[in-house]
Design a protein around this ligand. Structure first.
Ligand code: AMP
Length: 181
């Protein structure tokens, strides 16, 4: 199968697997539950391979992934690309010196931190998360990467909620999602 055909097949299988959970974690939010993808061993590998495929041979040295579902997808993407893995975490979780960015969420506001020296030898950085919604989380992560001296090559998501305008929040960055809703 060509990469494009495999990507389309995997995207269709992931779409069938993802579970919509209405009114979680708050009334009015339709939560995209990715756990049915993870619990299917074959689909889990195919989904993360499909996320990594566009970046093969593109000089990605580091995958930066966002707590917590971003870790689940970002670690296999990093290994698939032969890249290093860098966690971006909620405040107070990382033990060494950090940079911090505040950001707005679809449901609330929060802050993210990354070790200040995590990208010391980075060239191309791929940011990975499960869902692109308003883009606030990943835009804050782009700022963290740049403050730590990294260059954002692209942001890769399993799925994108297009009505929430995340691509506009990430204007100027390459954005890629396996699925759009
Ligand atoms: P945002 O900053 O608005 O792009 O939100 C992205 C973050 O919030 C991601 O880390 C997602 O895991 C989570 N998120 C936002 N909306 C949803 C949703 N409808 N279903 C599942 N996760 C979501």
């Amino acid at each position: 199968m060509t990469d494009d055909a495999e990507r389309a097949t995997v995207a269709a299988a992931v779409r069938r697997a993802i579970r919509d959970v209405p009114d979680f974690p708050k009334p009015g939010i339709v939560f995209k539950d990715i756990t049915p993808v993870l619990v299917d061993a074959t689909l889990f590998v195919r989904a993360t391979d499909a996320m990594a495929a566009p970046y093969r041979g593109s000089g990605i040295t580091h995958v930066v992934a966002i707590e917590s579902r971003g870790f689940i997808l970002g670690a296999p993407v990093a290994q698939s690309l032969g890249a290093a893995f860098v966690p971006v975490r909620k405040p107070g979780k990382l033990p060494s010196r950090t940079v911090r960015e505040d950001y707005a969420l679809e449901y609330g506001s929060d802050a993210l931190e990354m070790h200040v020296d995590a990208l010391a030898n980075a060239r191309g950085v791929l940011i990975v998360d499960d869902v692109l919604a308003t883009g606030g989380t990943s835009a804050a992560t782009c700022r963290l990467v740049e403050r730590a001296g990294g260059r954002v090559a692209a942001c890769a998501f399993l799925l994108e909620l297009t009505a929430l305008g995340g691509r506009a929040a990430l204007a100027g960055y390459a954005v890629d999602a396996l699925l759009q809703y």
